[in-house]
Design a protein around this ligand. Structure first.
Ligand code: GDP
Length: 405
């Protein structure tokens, strides 16, 4: 199961957001055991409008969305990389995660103390970024010292060791050198990851570097700011004037805080999603109609572009995940794979028997199937392909696996 950690300074709204994620998941997906696995781990449905369409075409009795796990990681403070607070435990919790959502406080509330005394999201982003970079730098340094103590593979090679091992060692050494340099300048490793050779990347994998993980920012804004913030953040990160873009859409300008977060993230090439933890925790208690009404009163017309749904979607995209579907009378269901997964391994997500006995996969693209209106018509039109073991599953494929038992 892929896990995404929610990190951030204390009192930025992480737990409120985490609880809202879990409650809404439970409320909206009665068919699925979405739940809080552990006090700080929750399973969350990934919203996908295609499921309803498919279920209609397939006359399915139920819909099962795919899921992501979120982990509420408490306890990060400045100095965590030196073990302040629960620093070390906190850092090892992040190391287990596949992606990181950094929650940043943009809302003002005099009742809620900010650990640094004032609301300044960019300072907070820098504080956390620095702690993660320091933790990685320490990890890299330990690794370098350990390999320095190890007898060189070159020497071992002459005694019968493999040339492959020597190459791997060289790749690791150069990777550690380069990464150490980036971290020294507080540059997150993810930002320059693609400059590393594939051997270098592989050699770093076991380290679980925190700043190498995919990351996005969740700007936690006040309820009244939500619509404007979402409008500003959802314009392309490269557009220089969000204010003009927002004005063109008839929205107000985002607050200076939100604008600062947007600019900071754009420099890193990271995504930002506007959320309001407070709004989300209120939404969790409403019916779908009440929810729409409430959001409209805040000026939010498209629920998919703001808040938790947008955050879940953005996390999914940041993890480079892909969705394929199975669709039949019993259920229409979404399944998660990593980009580039071949048909047998995709089948293995459903059951290991499907992978082991894989013969072929009858496959039709989502849009083609919807267009045809039924699987039978899609077949008649020759749109259902028979794909073999080498087929790389595409986003939105609807698949029926043939396998030996
Ligand atoms: P954490 O320490 O980051 O997990 O923060 P919490 O989720 O525990 O929130 C800290 C306090 O801030 C709580 O009293 C929340 O009710 C409050 N809070 C969280 N999000 C918002 C928000 O969007 N607006 C306001 N006004 N208060 C919030």
């Amino acid at each position: 199961k892929l896990q995404t950690g929610l990190v951030g300074l204390p009192n930025v709204g992480k737990s409120t957001l985490f609880n809202a994620l879990c409650e809404q998941a439970q409320a909206q997906a009665a068919n699925f055991p979405f739940c809080t696995v552990e006090p700080n781990v929750g399973v969350v449905a990934v919203p996908d409008a295609r499921l309803d369409e498919l279920a209609r075409v397939g006359r399915s009795a139920r819909i099962v969305p795919t899921a992501l796990e979120f982990v509420d990681i408490a306890g990060l403070v400045a100095g965590a990389s030196r073990g302040e607070g629960l620093g070390n435990q906190f850092l090892s919790n992040i190391r287990q995660c596949d992606a990181v959502v950094h929650v940043v406080r943009c809302f003002q509330d005099d009742q809620i103390v900010h650990v640094a005394g004032s609301v300044d999201p960019v300072r907070d982003m820098e504080t956390i970024g620095l702690e993660l970079a320091l933790a990685d730098a320490a990890q890299v340094e330990r690794r370098r010292q350990r390999s320095a103590r190890r007898p060189a593979a070159a020497a071992v090679a002459s005694a019968g060791g493999s040339a492959g091992a020597r190459l791997m060692e060289e790749a690791e050494r150069s990777a550690l050198d380069r990464v150490a340099e980036w971290l020294d300048a507080a540059v997150p490793v993810r930002q320059r990851w693609s400059e590393l050779s594939s051997e270098e990347q592989r050699s770093l994998q076991p380290l679980g570097l925190l700043t190498a993980k995919p990351m996005l920012y969740a700007a936690n804004v006040a309820d009244v700011e939500l619509a404007d913030a979402a409008a500003a953040l959802n314009t392309s990160p490269s557009s220089s004037s969000t204010t003009a873009a927002a004005a063109a859409e008839g929205m107000g300008a985002p607050s200076p805080q939100v604008e600062a977060v947007r600019a900071y993230a754009a420099r890193e090439g990271a995504r930002v999603v506007a959320v309001s933890a407070q709004v989300e925790s209120e939404l969790a208690e409403l019916t779908p109609d009440e929810r729409r009404e409430y959001l409209e009163s805040l000026g939010v017309c498209d629920m998919d572009t703001v808040g938790l749904r947008a955050l879940i979607r953005a996390t999914y995209d940041t993890l480079a995940l892909r969705t394929y579907f199975t669709c039949g009378p019993e259920e229409t269901r979404a399944w998660t794979i990593r980009r580039g997964t071949r048909a047998p391994q995709a089948a293995g997500v459903i059951h290991s028997d499907f992978e082991r006995g894989f013969i072929r996969a009858e496959t039709v693209g989502y849009a083609q199937l919807i267009d045809a209106g039924s699987l039978a018509t899609a077949r008649e039109r020759g749109l259902v392909r028979s794909e073999g073991k080498e087929y790389v599953v595409q986003e939105g494929d609807v698949m029926l696996f043939r396998f030996n038992v």
